[in-house]
Design a protein around this ligand. Structure first.
Ligand SMILES: *[C@@H]1O[C@H](CO)[C@@H](O)[C@H](O)[C@H]1NC(C)=O
Length: 300
């Protein structure tokens, strides 16, 4: 070491150290600036963007509404979809909007949930990786739907519960107590897994239980930690009950329609999916093996 000091000279050595320190500082600054930039959705020229650009909203293709003094008018428009995925989505949007029309008539409170909520926020429609739709509603509202809503469903939609379909078991601890099933398609889950229940394209109804005081319980039923812990992890300090981050509901766009969503969608999606505005780039678009034109009986 002594040799080197002699060789470089004291002044020169000092200058080099300052230069190196300055360089390190600049690198650190650039790096931290970069990581601080907000993560905008990376859509540019991706498969996802191309898929979404081609998408014509449901409402541009057809209407789905309740006519005064008449029933629900909502034609089946799946044939207008140019891809298998879009055909499936047109079926799903129809299921969702029909549920919405029935809910409106009977004052049934519900909201978009999980992947469908994410799709609404990120794409104003379906998440291109999904081929089902999810909604959530409190137990009391679900019971209202069973009592007054189900009879209003068009003939081509099946209301699936453990009662209406003896082969179907509500998935344990998921909160799904029922599904709306399109009768004219085959999702093919049973063909792959050897089950016997009705298996058309589906809308999942996540039913949220109430506690003794009528408060909603545990909205994120899939994840392991409880909501208090996750609220703390998110940006906690203020602890609130699920009711307070669901209500009052807000309105979001979905495939051309305006549908209800929880007030604190941002917190909910962040808890469920983390950096939810970032579109996974390498994931293939929804893997559809669904037959969108034949029921499972016809496919068999
Ligand atoms: C859908 O309809 C709206 C309103 O009429 C229009 O502004 C929009 O350009 C249409 N979108 C497509 C993709 O056709």
């Amino acid at each position: 070491m002594a040799d080197r000091c002699d060789l470089w000279g004291k002044k020169r050595n000092k200058r080099t150290i300052i230069l190196v320190l300055a360089l390190i500082t600049v690198f650190v600054l650039i790096f931290t600036q970069r990581s601080r930039e907000p993560q905008a959705p990376e859509l540019a020229h991706s498969k996802v963007e191309k898929f979404l650009l081609k998408q014509i909203p449901y409402t541009n293709l057809s209407m789905c509404e309740r006519r005064v003094n008449a029933g629900i008018s909502c034609p089946d428009i799946r044939r207008q979809g140019k891809t298998l995925l879009r055909q499936a989505q047109l079926v799903l949007t129809r299921l969702l909007k029909i549920f919405d029309l029935i809910a409106k008539k009977h004052g049934i409170t519900y909201w978009l949930y999980r992947g469908t909520l994410l799709g609404a926020v990120r794409h104003e429609g379906h998440n291109p990786f999904d081929n089902d739709v999810d909604i959530a509603l409190p137990k009391s509202e679900f019971e209202k739907f069973v009592k007054y809503g189900v009879t209003e469903l068009p003939k081509d939609i099946f209301f699936q519960t453990e009662v209406t379909d003896v082969h179907w078991k509500a998935p344990r601890s998921s909160g799904i107590l029922a599904k709306l099933r399109d009768k004219s398609s085959c999702y093919k889950y049973c063909i792959e897994n050897g089950c016997k229940h009705k298996d058309g394209l589906q809308l999942d109804l996540f039913v949220i239980e109430n506690d003794d005081q009528g408060n909603l319980l545990e909205v994120f039923s899939h994840t392991k930690t409880n909501w208090i812990v996750r609220r703390l992890i998110y940006n906690g300090i203020i602890l609130r009950k699920p009711d307070e981050y669901i209500f009052p509901l807000i309105q979001v766009n979905f495939d051309g329609f305006v549908l209800p969503a929880p007030r604190e969608w941002k917190m909910i999606l962040h808890t469920l999916y983390g950096d939810f505005m970032r579109v996974p780039e390498n994931e293939p678009l929804g893997h559809i093996i669904t037959d969108t034109f034949h029921s499972c009986d016809e496919v068999d």
